[in-house]
Design a protein around this ligand. Structure first.
Ligand SMILES: Nc1nc2c(ncn2[C@@H]2O[C@H](COP(=O)(O)OP(=O)(O)OP(=O)(O)O)[C@@H](O)[C@H]2O)c(=O)[nH]1
Ligand SMILES: [Mg+2]
Length: 139
């Protein structure tokens, strides 16, 4: 049992290491899930920071989109939209509430994540080109 847990944690770490973007989802009907997203985000930061390449990759070299799912279940809501929005502000990332059932904001979450990945890649290429230029000047 413990081994299984370790295995899955190792796999999770591997997925995070490889990931370019993360859609971090909690349910607006579950306070517990809202508490869990911060733990997941901390793990992402820890792993990404450990594996970053100096100069080229900074802490925010991966896209993040915070999502409060099941937003159609208004009567069962435990997490307000303001709390989700505040957390996203703290993380400096996009935020949406979504509903798979009512097809609200499902596509845009993925589009936003991809757009952010592209933006980061473009910035990093430009940054690395600038560094190359500086190196040429020094030579
Ligand atoms: N009303 C509503 N129900 C949903 C929504 N998304 C999933 N569900 C329901 O939640 C239950 C779990 O479905 P999953 O596909 O596992 O969805 P999930 O987002 O992983 O949700 P949890 O497993 O409950 O954390 C099912 O009964 C789904 O019908 C949603 O957007 N609105
Ligand atoms: Mg599920």
């Amino acid at each position: 049992m413990i081994q299984q847990l370790k295995m899955s944690l190792a796999m999770k770490n591997e997925w995070i290491k490889e990931g370019d973007g993360f859609i971090i989802v909690y349910s607006i009907t579950s306070e517990d899930s809202f508490q869990q997203v911060s733990k997941f985000r901390d793990l992402v930061v820890k792993i990404k920071d450990k594996t970053r390449i100096p100069i080229y990759i900074n802490l925010y070299m991966y896209a993040r989109v915070l999502t409060g799912s099941k937003c159609d279940l208004t009567e069962a809501r435990q997490v307000s939209i303001e709390r989700g929005s505040e957390l996203a502000k703290e993380w400096d990332c996009a935020f949406y509430e979504s509903s798979a059932k009512e097809k609200i904001n499902v596509e845009i979450i993925f589009q936003e994540c991809i757009r952010e990945i592209r933006r980061i890649c473009k910035n990093e290429i430009e940054k690395s080109q600038k560094i190359e230029t500086i190196c040429c000047n020094i030579l």
